[in-house]
Design a protein around this ligand. Structure first.
Ligand SMILES: N[C@@H](CCC(=O)N[C@@H](CS)C(=O)NCC(=O)O)C(=O)O
Length: 209
């Protein structure tokens, strides 16, 4: 299996955590977002969305969209689950994952920030990213706040934690104060002790600076 990835891509980071969590062997194929590799004709021919990540299966099939890839992983490798069995519990975990993956991250990704900057200026783009992430984390803190820790839904990590950890990296890049989000910070501390999360961290990637 090959993962088309970039070390600082939050969406690729989610998939790296999932692959390591499930113990799947994969080769990392870096695409440099800073050099516009996502918009190169060769990559667009594979993924017309021009986004990372992409997971190429051994038969050449390319899967895209991090949440679709993670759901595929869960369906094909049910051992070490990252979704609970009970339907309401599954829906609640997915709600946190979507609060980040559908509502927060898409409006602060590289392409959107470049567009905001082109229409306004760099400082407005920075404030847009900062405010979007700060507001989004406030709601995530509320969604997981009453659950037992140390992870978002108790003693074991779930899909929710897989999305929360990379989003915090972006939050720090945008200068968001994380002190108001103690549950989210507790989750990050617990996750960073796990080998799967350590192996997926940007600093551990072959294309890291
Ligand atoms: N919803 C997509 C988001 C993918 C995405 O935004 N990827 C970013 C990197 S984290 C990207 O490729 N950005 C390039 C760009 O915006 O031009 C997913 O979850 O896979």
């Amino acid at each position: 299996m090959k993962l088309y990835t970039y070390f600082r891509s939050g969406a690729a980071w989610r998939v790296r955590i999932g692959l390591h969590w499930k113990g799947v062997d994969f080769e990392s194929v870096p695409i440099d977002l800073r050099k516009g590799g996502q918009a190169a004709a060769e990559w667009l021919a594979r993924n017309p969305q021009g986004l990372l990540p992409g997971l190429e299966l051994d038969d050449g099939t390319l899967l895209t969209q991090s949440l679709a890839i993670l759901e595929w992983l869960e369906e094909t490798r049910p051992e070490q689950p990252f979704l609970p069995q009970e339907p309401v519990a599954r829906a609640r975990v997915r709600a946190v994952a979507l609060a980040i993956g559908a509502d927060m991250h898409p409006v602060q990704n590289l392409g959107v920030l470049k567009r905001v900057e082109a229409l306004t200026d760099a400082e407005t783009a920075r404030r847009w990213a900062h405010d979007t992430v700060a507001r989004g984390l406030q709601s995530v803190e509320g969604l997981v706040g009453r659950n037992p820790g140390p992870f978002a839904f108790g003693a074991e990590p779930t899909l929710a934690d897989i999305l929360i950890v990379p989003q915090l990296f972006n939050a720090r890049r945008f200068g968001v104060d994380l002190k108001p989000f103690p549950r989210v910070l507790e989750i990050e501390a617990a996750a960073s002790a796990l080998p799967a999360f350590q192996a997926a961290h940007p600093d551990a990637q072959p294309d890291a600076d």
